[in-house]
Design a protein around this ligand. Sequence first.
Ligand code: PLP
Length: 426
Amino acid sequence: MTSPVWHPFTQHGLNEPIPHVVRAEGALLHLADGSTLIDGISSWWVTTHGHCHPRIAAAIAQQAGQLDQLIFAGYTHEPAETVARGLIEIAPYAPGCDPLAHVFFSDSGSTAVEVALKMALGYWHNLALDGLAEARSRILVLEHGYHGDTIGTMSVGERGVYNAAWAPLLFDVCTVPFPAPGREQACLDALEAACRDKPAAFIVEPLLLGAGGMLLYPPPVLREMAAICRRHDVLFIADEVMTGWGRTGTLFACEQAGVVPDIMAVAKGITGGAIPLAATLATARIFEAHRSSDRARLFYHSSSYTANAIACAAAVANLAIWREEDVRGRIAALTDGIATRLAELAAHPAFAHPRQLGTIAAIDIVTADAGYLSDLAPRLRAFFLRHGLLLRPLGNTIYLMPPYCIDTEQLDCVFAALVAAGDHFS
Ligand code: PLP
């Protein structure tokens, strides 16, 4: 029977079988045909502690029976208050920097970034209403960035075949070159020059550009980017949607550079990956610019499910897991486990450019048909599926982002499948 479901980022024309998953626990997915898959990318980078963590599942069940959903415009509930306080407590902090002090909830990484962009422009708009600054609207972005698939987030992301159809809807931005090794200073100089034109904000994925190819740049460059923005009073937006929740080794990637952004977007692992929720954190000056009895200045953004109580309860449980369990120990062990195996894999002639930051690892398969439009990625995906592994390569880049609970035997299976792919595709 043909399914009426239209899947995201899925090439239906290939007529490949779509695995039907019936159950999951930890790093394992159980399929309808009785087989299992190791979830090598935490189901799109979200299930940080593994699937169906009992504490998160219990929190969801309890909340669903108590208060499920509440209009959040002018009403509140305890789970949202607890998450907001918890996020402020753990947000990147550095002496002398304005702390992140306010939390705006939404429901996906894309909306968290949209909200960040709206906050940045709203800030300058409201300052201009008071005659305190010129209105600013231009956004600076980093080359190869990815921030989501809504119109605003596509506008601040890399342009290509994946958003060409909507080019007429996207707004213009100013792109700063990616700080590839040897090009760090060129990137910083370009950022400084662009900042002189008084843009509203600069948005970056800190330390690691994910969907753009798992590209790394070092903490001193991130630190200098933030310093340049500060010198020119350009708002610094950190998109920690992928890098947050321990993925890069620290809770948030900004910590590694001692950077406190003016606005920070978080999502994915905020509920341990069990249920959609996102948040945009902002400093007091951004909030204060919107706090007014004048209706022209309030922050005009909402969605029906803003701060859904069940999702917030899951996030409360996630925060408790971070506080009470040895998540950092698991991350450190996984980081070491990946490093050893990645070094071995790098010796395989089929692979090049091994790279790792915390629990995120990537390596490129050496092949002539490496372009985005080649069918290499779907063929690799199908190969891994046959080897009991859920991976979703980006072109010729194979990356891992497993749940922190993956065990050594499962990690061995993952790397055995990578070796097999190297043998098969080279
Ligand atoms: N920002 C970054 C850095 C991401 O990696 C993603 C998704 O992968 C997003 C934003 C969009 O998040 P979502 O898919 O939850 O809308």
